[in-house]
Design a protein around this ligand. Structure first.
Ligand SMILES: CC(=O)NCC[C@H](N)C(=O)O
Length: 126
């Protein structure tokens, strides 16, 4: 059994972008077939993402904001208890009214250091 504690995560499992901090609890090397992250999105920020190489599910446990589906323009309110699953690799804009705390699951699992490229995707790492 694998046990991880947020307060014991090594520094190399804490990865940041301009608008977010991702605490990567489970990664590819754990062999679960997915990665699991506890991610903070900074209040007042907008992040455009397009996970062309991954499927991501996002479960909000703290904070308020919206996610907009780029293309259709559909706006979804995000609050604790809301999950969105990007089953179509949907290009989307995440706006955090307050700090958001999100539990994120990626398939295929992240290897560890991934950050968004210019298209808003995470690269596939060998
Ligand atoms: C919700 C979202 O996609 N935020 C960006 C960070 C990413 N989910 C991660 O934890 O690596």
């Amino acid at each position: 059994m694998i046990v991880r504690r947020l307060n014991e995560l090594p520094d190399d499992r804490v990865v940041s972008g301009e608008t977010w901090i991702s605490r990567r609890l489970l990664l590819r090397d754990e062999g679960m077939g997915f990665s699991l992250h506890d991610t903070l999105i900074k209040a007042g920020t907008r992040t455009e993402m397009h996970y062309a190489n991954h499927l991501e599910s996002v479960y909000c446990i703290e904070g308020e904001g919206t996610v907009t589906v780029v293309g259709s323009g559909e706006v979804i309110k995000i609050e604790p208890g809301t999950v969105y699953a990007l089953d179509q690799h949907d290009k989307h804009l995440l706006e955090a009214r307050t700090q958001l705390r999100m539990v994120c699951v990626f398939n295929p699992p992240l290897a560890g250091p991934e950050v968004h490229d210019a298209t808003g995707a995470y690269p596939l790492i060998d």
